[in-house]
Design a protein around this ligand. Structure first.
Ligand code: URA
Ligand code: CA
Length: 441
């Protein structure tokens, strides 16, 4: 088999065999194919696309390029959750303890933030003492004992994807549905869960700006799951405005505590309950999503989920007492309000711009090796549809110095559009995709 023939075949629009895909991915992982040939192949896929069978073969080849986690020692049906990435999207920190408290084991490998989206691992690292690196036996031990463990994704999970994603990033080949779908699914399959729930974000703050693209991506991932024997379901949720209110690492941990304590942003709570209810239903613990929603709401009301969060933090070496003492989390020195310069209804909140503003404050990374400040960020004080007076605070900035304050204030003011029209609140859950197809909600 020759790599040149594989590139030519894809360039001319033909479907590759599983054998050809395996050969290509194996050789690229082992540095036997130069980046320029892989780039040509990726661009050919970008332009010609792939059949679902090719996409499933690519997914499995990437998953098998490294370690496949074995969770069979942990009893029960393990359901993993993945979000395609949003702003003020603290769902994992809330979902994981909630679902674990309901009796479903949650084994999560999470990533760090990049660009305008945050990462669960950075957020967890703002908790004093919390360890995001555990050995495989420690991970399994905590999982069996507490039903919950979250660690950073190690380099040996789908290494082919890591290498290809870095190349796609600099060769204009990211925005291809088969490449995105196989990239996400390969990591989830290698991480070992029995079933996968995807939170596909739609809107101007998301990867997928249009509903039709989001449905296509969700359908592709659900279909891959079917072909490789890991049941997959997708919830399509809105990223037309930030989901929660906090953007920034320790601030988002505080917001997660708020929601688990029965306070907190209702939109964030609702999306977490819908995602969690789907996980319970897939694990066979709830007969349907409505029953799952009810079960999880009760676990918030009776504080069981909040105490599960503290128990999990303590198990991973952290200070579980943050649930009672927020000031144990890193705190910024300054807290500065942003005042509205107009009066009217909030028409639009640009999630991407808000994420960018928090990144400028030092809460996120522009490039992978950048260090971040876990105490800084911002908290929004309005949502789409709210009526705002002139000079009313619309956001609070948390910083340690004033270096980027003027720029960030302008970014926030520009991200929030205020006008006279009384607009409706954002519809949060847009639909679901499972093996029977797309259902609008
Ligand atoms: N997230 C991924 O993990 N992979 C992609 O290709 C795009 C988003
Ligand atoms: Ca605080």
């Amino acid at each position: 088999m020759r790599i040149l023939d594989i590139i030519t075949k894809k360039r001319d629009g033909f479907a590759l065999s599983e054998l050809e895909i395996n050969f290509l991915i194996h050789a690229y992982t082992h540095d036997e194919i130069p980046d320029y040939q892989m780039t040509a192949w990726l661009m050919a896929v970008f332009l010609r696309s792939m059949t679902i069978e090719e996409t499933a073969a690519l997914t499995m080849a990437m998953a098998l390029s490294g370690n496949m986690v074995d969770l069979s020692a942990v009893p029960g049906i393990k359901v993993d959750k993945h979000s395609t990435g949003g702003v003020a999207d603290t769902t994992t920190l809330i979902l994981a303890p909630m679902v674990a408290a309901a009796g479903v084991p949650v084994a999560k490998m999470s990533g760090r933030g990049l660009g305008f989206t945050g990462g669960t691992i950075d957020k967890l690292e703002s908790i004093p003492g919390f360890k995001t690196t555990l050995s495989q036996p420690e991970f399994i031990h905590i999982l069996k004992k507490h039903n919950l463990s979250v660690i950073g994704q190690s380099a040996d999970i789908a290494p082919a994807d890591g290498k290809m994603y870095a190349l796609r990033d600099v060769t204009a080949t990211v925005e291809s549905i088969p490449l995105i779908a196989s990239s996400i699914m390969s990591k989830k399959i290698a991480a070992g869960a029995d079933k996968i729930l995807l939170d596909v974000k739609v809107g101007h703050g998301a990867f997928m700006k249009k509903m039709e693209d989001a449905i296509k991506l969700a359908e592709t991932m659900v279909h891959i799951g079917q072909l490789v024997g890991r049941e997959t379901r997708a919830v399509l949720s809105s990223m037309d405005e930030p989901l929660g209110r906090a953007v920034g690492n320790s601030l988002e941990v505080e917001e997660a505590i708020d929601v688990l304590d029965g306070r907190g942003e209702p939109a964030l709570r609702h999306v977490c309950l819908i995602l969690g209810a789907n996980m319970l239903n897939m694990a066979g613990v709830a007969p349907d999503v409505t029953a799952g929603y009810e079960m999880l709401s009760n676990l918030i009301d009776n504080k069981v989920a909040l105490h599960k969060f503290a128990e999990f933090i303590t198990a991973q070496g952290g200070t579980g007492d943050i649930i009672n003492h927020r000031d144990l989390l890193p705190q910024s020195k300054l807290k500065i309000p942003v005042m509205s310069i107009a009066q009217g209804f909030v028409q639009k909140i640009d999630a991407g711009q808000i994420g960018y503003a928090a990144m400028r404050l030092g809460a996120g990374r522009e490039y992978k090796t950048q260090t971040i400040d876990l105490s800084v960020g911002l908290i929004l004080q309005c949502r789409i549809g709210d009526f705002i007076e002139k000079n009313q605070p619309i956001a609070m900035i948390y910083v340690n110095d004033k270096t980027h304050l003027a720029q960030v204030t302008t970014l926030i003011l520009n991200a929030i559009t205020i006008g006279s029209e009384n607009v409706a609140k954002t519809k949060l859950i847009l639909g679901t995709v499972d093996k029977s197809g797309f259902k609008a909600m």
